[in-house]
Write a new protein. Structure first.
Length: 295
């Protein structure tokens, strides 16, 4: 893949969760700049940055990194309700789905927190199924925000049962499954569930691509191709930064492994140039395209 550039969804990168202990934006910029440059040099053109509000979302930092490196970033609107909702703001528990959708739609129309920077997708998080009431409300709010904005919904998802429940909620809200990304699908061990969800039209994203997961991820992608569903697959490092209590937030996990190790492994496994183009350019572009997908 030398000399080729790709756009790819990377997951939580740079993941700035709980970065408040890092003294200021300048320090965060200094830490992340060489990491983003490395990803750019490896062939990445666009990063879908999934760190949500109240967990370290920082559109100003992404803008600075973009200007310094030429990397394109997508930031997000929405709330993270996984981990039993411990990272949700208090109003998310008491407000209705319509009220939450109104908040997120306002960020699309007016920009995030006075920055003028608008989100490129909706990020929500839910635990494993069955969905809790607040998680189900977040899905409904995301569906309504999608109908207002055309933004794709990326759903951090605990398991396959929760994935199927989210698709059902979206359908009841009049939203096509093609407007939704199953984030962390690799955590569901039953490959038939990946196929079942993909056949609804949803996007199935295999996160956690890293040096220790190459073989596992090759098998996941092979299963999608073998079932004729490679056009519903997305890939992500889900790389991140900031470990509480570690100096300077700990060691940053880079975002280049997909390009330097995983794509060559796919080629070795028999994937051709068109397959690589599908996974790293065509699918991400289609998945994150803005447009209402109603049913």
């Amino acid at each position: 893949m030398e000399g080729e550039a790709h756009s790819v969804t990377i997951g939580n990168v740079p993941s700035l969760e709980r970065f408040q202990a890092i003294p200021n934006g300048k320090s965060r910029f200094k830490v992340m700049l060489p990491v983003v440059k490395q990803a750019k040099d490896a062939g990445c053109e666009t990063i879908a940055e999934c760190t949500p509000a109240y967990l370290g979302r920082d559109p100003n930092l992404l803008q600075r990194l973009s200007k310094a490196t030429g990397m394109s970033f997508l930031t997000n609107t929405g709330y993270y309700g996984a981990r039993q909702g411990k990272f949700l703001p208090k109003h998310a528990h008491r407000e209705s789905a319509d009220e939450l959708a109104k908040r997120w739609t306002a960020e699309w129309k007016d920009g995030i927190e006075g920055t003028g920077i608008r989100p490129g997708f909706i990020k929500i998080g839910v635990d494993g199924g069955p969905l809790t009431d607040v998680n189900r409300k977040l899905v409904r709010a995301a569906a309504r925000c999608h109908l207002n904005t055309g933004l794709t919904i990326a759903g951090h998802t605990g398991d396959g049962k929760a994935a199927l429940e989210q698709v059902d909620v979206l359908r009841k809200e009049g939203v096509s499954a093609s407007a939704w990304i199953w984030v962390h699908a690799q955590n569901e061990r039953n490959l038939e569930v990946h196929v079942q969800v993909a056949r609804t039209g949803a996007w199935v994203e295999f996160d956690g691509v890293g040096p220790g997961s190459i073989d596992r991820h090759v098998e996941l992608v092979k299963n999608m191709r073998g079932t004729g569903l490679l056009d519903r697959a997305l890939l992500s490092h889900d790389a991140g930064w900031y470990s509480v209590g570690e100096p300077r937030g700990g060691k940053v996990r880079g975002f280049e492994t997909l390009f330097t190790k995983f794509l060559p492994a796919l080629i070795k496994a028999g994937f051709g140039k068109d397959d690589i183009q599908q996974l790293t350019v065509t699918n991400p572009a289609r998945a994150f395209a803005i447009g209402v997908r109603a049913i």
